[in-house]
Write a protein that binds this ligand. Structure first.
Ligand SMILES: C[S@@+](CC[C@H](N)C(=O)[O-])C[C@H]1O[C@@H](n2cnc3c(N)ncnc32)[C@H](O)[C@@H]1O
Length: 249
């Protein structure tokens, strides 16, 4: 468990490095992640990026992002040294910019429609020396019809929408055979039960549900989908439609 820093003992960033000690990329990224946190807190252009503070932020934002990466990689095909990866609704950069820091060899695309957040992501990526990041100031429904369509080995989205909606945001970007990894809380079973029609329409299969290690989160599990078939041209629907009329509703 990550505990608050303070006088003596390990601070939360040291604890983060220890939690991911077997991931050299994550350990090497920790100083840049700490710098990202400073930038996020001090960014007037990005507005209020996260409600959590201090050591809790290190666990909620950074450990959960790295854990999502760890679990998703378990589902990626062998030989994924260079991966095109997209994060939808990146907000202040969780998990997309965290992954970019931990996997500098990956091509990372952050999709975030709010201009001030997209600007923050772009500035932060440059400040952190993440030359592998492209920020798309666009909605998922737009990005899913652009050059990224069906090209990504991995797509994530954290805290963006309910499952059947976020599948329509993410599935069009995943290559056939690619992985969509979505962290979810206690409503996962209900959301999965409601997502059957969306999965079938979008060419996705449930590959597994992977709980985070308790030291990272007692509650978050990652629903992992494999893109089994090409996404029909009808998806994603026009901006706003997936949320207003979720598939299967
Ligand atoms: C609650 S925030 C989560 C941000 C970040 N993923 C995190 O976990 O801290 C949701 C984000 O999704 C973005 N978002 C909402 N609808 C979207 C859409 N249709 N396409 C892409 N991003 C969207 C919002 O602008 C916002 O930044």
């Amino acid at each position: 468990m990550i505990v608050p820093g303070g006088s003596g003992g390990m601070n939360a960033w040291d604890e983060l490095a220890e939690l991911f000690a077997d991931d050299a990329g994550a350990v090497a990224a920790v100083p840049r992640l700490a710098r990202h946190w400073e930038l996020a807190q001090g960014s007037p252009e990005a507005g209020r990026l996260t409600a959590v503070e201090g050591a809790a932020a290190v666990r909620r934002q950074y450990a959960e992002s790295l854990e999502l990466l760890r679990l998703a990689e378990g589902f990626l095909a062998e030989g994924h040294a260079a991966v095109r990866y997209a994060d939808i609704g990146s907000g202040g950069g969780w998990p997309g910019l965290v992954v970019a820091c931990a996997r500098p060899g990956w091509e990372v695309h952050l999709v975030e429609p709010l201009q001030k957040r997209a600007r923050f992501l772009d500035t932060a990526a440059r400040e952190l020396g993440c030359g592998n990041v492209t920020v798309h100031a666009a909605r998922a429904e737009e990005a899913g019809r652009g050059p990224l369509r069906e090209t990504c080995a991995l797509v994530t989205a954290r805290a963006v929408a309910e499952l059947r909606v976020v599948l329509e945001y993410t599935a069009p970007l995943a290559a056939v055979g690619g992985i969509i990894a979505l962290p979810k809380g206690s409503r996962l079973e209900d959301e999965l039960a409601a997502a059957g029609a969306a999965m079938a329409a979008l060419g996705c299969e449930l590959a597994g549900v992977a709980p985070m290690r308790p030291a990272v989160s007692e509650t978050v599990r990652v629903a992992v989908f494999r893109k089994a078939a090409p996404c029909p041209a009808a998806y994603p629907r026009r901006p706003g439609v997936p949320e207003r009329r979720p598939l299967g509703s």
